[in-house]
Design a protein around this ligand. Structure first.
Ligand code: HEM
Length: 657
């Protein structure tokens, strides 16, 4: 029998814990040097400035704050917690290039981990574990290895092109409403509904999405619309402009998400998701793993009060409620990951042993390892049996990498492709010029191009300029967050004046201070990119007769961005250094190659336009996705009109709406 004292002790201990945690956080906040920096007033006791920030991609809030408060200012997070926002290029470069001193905050890692990445995947690992994994995995993303994946990109791009052509040819054939996420309806079944859902019949509208809790796994975009719907009246001009075919309105977002999931499944792991076959009449082809991902992503998109409390009270992270569908989905992911490893283990290890034996026979002590498979799964399997601990990954680490790469590797690319097609639809002259360039290379669709031909696609200057400009204006990951793991001083490009009127040569931070890096706002800074920074203007990247070096061209245009970043003077793919934490995108070559090949295949034969009255907004839930402003109830979508462009159409004659 429990004594009364024991019964009372538990709630008292729990209350004390919460009080203690809360008070120590308040004390820490009060003592943080960030309190001296200027910033906007908090607009909510509980949410700080987060509600306003939620729409920052559409209202230019960060730029306005920066013009009022300077290049480093403080805004308020949950319960008024101070967060440092950096738009100063020197400060941004300093933080981003010190990935291990400035890791991802715990609540970000927790959030990523609970959505399939686990704590041991490349996105979530920190310190030595991350350094080891990055070194092992780099070989699967070398330029040569990515080049060898071109046939997969080509095949999937053509598959999508054929589907769109068949829809354009016969709109009604696809008019059955289908869930864009492979027809999944699992989370909507009453038995699978999450008890925390306020309005179970209106699942997504009850879930507030936010950019404050980065979650790349929240990114499978269950738009509420059918991926295709028949052409509406009023678009007759498109049909007449494209004599040989009518246009069809298609929500390109879910189609591109399917295509890029199929790409990473096959290119990374030799796994067929069959998600492009997932239109209404092919549901039986959808893979088990695709369905599991659907459940995980749609559950992960929800944002609840509990999530906020878990940021402040870490103990609550142990009380995550997962419904049965989520638990089942996680188990399926693990099971299929294990199957993939088992299937490939023997051939990979046999090939490795053979190479070692051959090397010994040839008295080659170093061992020629060039013949080893460098695909992601082979690299992972070999790492599991490596003798040297610094090259070895456990089975759990490998399983985490599989889910990490499947998730991180497809939604970013599909978001990027979606926004590029949107930009082309909104800029018909750019689209026509690009198509003319693409058609200058005559590659038959039914033949996988040779390596030199693929290289020619990669080198097309206008295609390159369009991709750069789109990745600048529509960075799929629009904000990233870091936390100071040590007390530090961050250098700045010019002295700051703090709230006390004192001039500071640097920013002082304390261990535990949270830092926001607004990637998208930096990419659109007029200081770096000029007065037309907000405009889609691929010409800014064009090589000219004086120079073929884009860096040189940008400098001469006075547009040289001051942020270093991994690629193109932008943080679109993040940044970092091997010495102190390279947290930049390991898959950027993969993404660039995939995006260029998809654009080549799709834009060469198909035209894209958009109703000029449609207002498209950015919605951020780690990944930036489009929404139609007047149709928030439909969720994420990008309805474009697609039509065939006859081969004899010349750029000058193209009258695209
Ligand atoms: C347009 C497409 C893509 C964009 C814009 C993009 C962007 C980024 C960014 C900004 C980061 C750093 C995040 C942070 O530090 O907070 C990142 C990390 C990462 N990306 Fe990508 N990514 C893309 C495609 C891909 C692809 C195709 C893959 C894999 C096939 C991939 C795998 C990863 C992984 C594993 C990380 C974590 C790296 C680490 O921490 O060491 N990404 N990506």
């Amino acid at each position: 029998m429990l004594s009364l004292a024991t019964v009372l002790a538990l709630p008292v201990a729990v209350s004390l814990y919460f009080l203690w945690t809360f008070l120590s956080l308040l004390v820490r906040q009060a003592r943080s040097p960030l309190r001296h920096l200027p910033g906007p007033p908090s607009t909510s006791l509980f949410m700080g400035n987060l509600k306003e920030l939620h729409d920052q991609e559409n209202n230019g809030l960060v730029a306005r704050w920066a013009s009022s408060f300077g290049r480093a200012f403080v805004y308020r997070g949950f319960m008024g917690g101070r967060r440092l926002m950096l738009v100063d290029p020197v400060a941004v470069n300093y933080v981003m290039s010190r990935g291990y001193d400035y890791p991802k905050p715990d609540f970000v890692r927790d959030s990523l981990a609970s959505m399939a990445a686990g704590y041991e995947g490349l996105l979530t690992a920190e310190g030595e574990m991350h350094r080891k994994q990055r070194k092992i995995l780099n070989q699967a993303f070398s330029a040569a290895q990515v080049k060898s994946l071109s046939p997969v990109f080509w095949k999937k791009a053509n598959h999508l092109r054929d589907i769109w052509i068949s829809i354009v040819g016969s709109p009604l054939a696809y008019s059955t409403p289908a869930d864009p996420l492979m027809g999944l309806d699992v989370p909507n079944r009453p038995e699978n509904r999450d008890p925390e859902d306020a309005a179970p019949n209106n699942r997504d509208s009850s879930a507030v999405t936010t950019s404050c809790l980065p979650n790349p796994f929240a990114s499978f975009v269950p738009s509420k619309s059918s991926p295709t719907f028949p052409l509406q009246t009023g678009n007759a001009s498109i049909a007449s402009a494209t004599s040989s075919s009518a246009a069809c309105k298609i929500d390109v977002l879910p189609w591109l998400a399917r295509a890029t999931l199929d790409v990473i499944g096959e290119a990374g792991f030799g796994y067929e998701f069959h998600s492009l076959d997932g239109a209404a009449e092919h549901r039986e082809n959808q893979s088990e793993l695709a369905q599991a991902f659907g459940v995980i992503f749609s559950t992960a998109r929800k944002f609840r009060v509990m999530t906020i409390l878990q940021v402040w009270f870490p103990v609550l992270r142990h009380f995550r409620t997962e419904n049965s569908a989520m638990r089942q989905a996680m188990a399926t992911m693990r099971k299929i990951g294990m199957e993939l490893i088992q299937q490939r283990r023997e051939p990979v290890l046999a090939a490795t042993e053979q190479l070692v034996a051959d090397a010994e026979k040839a008295d080659n002590i170093e061992g020629d390892r060039s013949g080893l498979g460098r695909d992601l799964l082979s690299v992972l399997i070999r790492s599991n049996v490596a003798e040297v601990p610094s090259q070895r990954m456990s089975i759990n680490e490998i399983l985490c990498q599989i889910s990490t790469f499947l998730a991180a590797g497809h939604e970013t690319s599909s978001s990027s492709l979606t926004w590029t097609l949107f930009a082309l639809a909104r800029n018909p002259a750019v689209q026509a010029k690009l198509r003319a360039e693409l058609r200058s290379l005559d590659i038959p669709a039914d033949v996988v191009p040779s390596s030199p031909l693929i290289e020619q696609i990669m080198q097309l200057p206008y295609l390159d300029a369009v991709v750069r400009e789109s990745l600048r204006l529509y960075a799929p990951i629009s904000t990233t967050m870091r936390v100071a793991s040590v007390d530090d001083v961050i250098p700045v490009s010019a002295p700051l004046v703090d709230r006390r009127g004192q001039t500071c040569e640097y920013i002082r931070v304390r261990r535990g201070d949270i830092i926001s890096i607004p990637i998208q706002a930096l990419n659109k800074s007029s200081e770096a990119w000029g007065a037309d920074a907000e405009a889609f203007h691929p010409e800014r990247w064009m090589r000219d007769s004086v120079s073929t070096d884009v860096d040189d061209i940008l400098t001469r245009q006075g547009r040289r961005a001051m942020v270093q970043g991994l690629w193109g003077h932008m943080l679109t793919f993040g940044g970092g250094t091997p010495v102190n934490g390279n947290r930049s995108c390991i898959g950027y070559r993969f993404a660039l190659s995939e995006i260029k090949i998809f654009l080549y295949v799709l834009v060469r034969d198909l035209g894209f336009s958009i109703d000029p009255n449609l207002e498209i907004e950015k919605k951020v839930n780690v990944i930036t996705r489009p929404c139609v402003k007047s149709e928030p109830h439909r969720g994420n979508q990008m309805p474009l009109s697609i039509y065939r462009v006859p081969v004899d159409t010349h750029a000058d004659n193209e009258t695209v709406q």
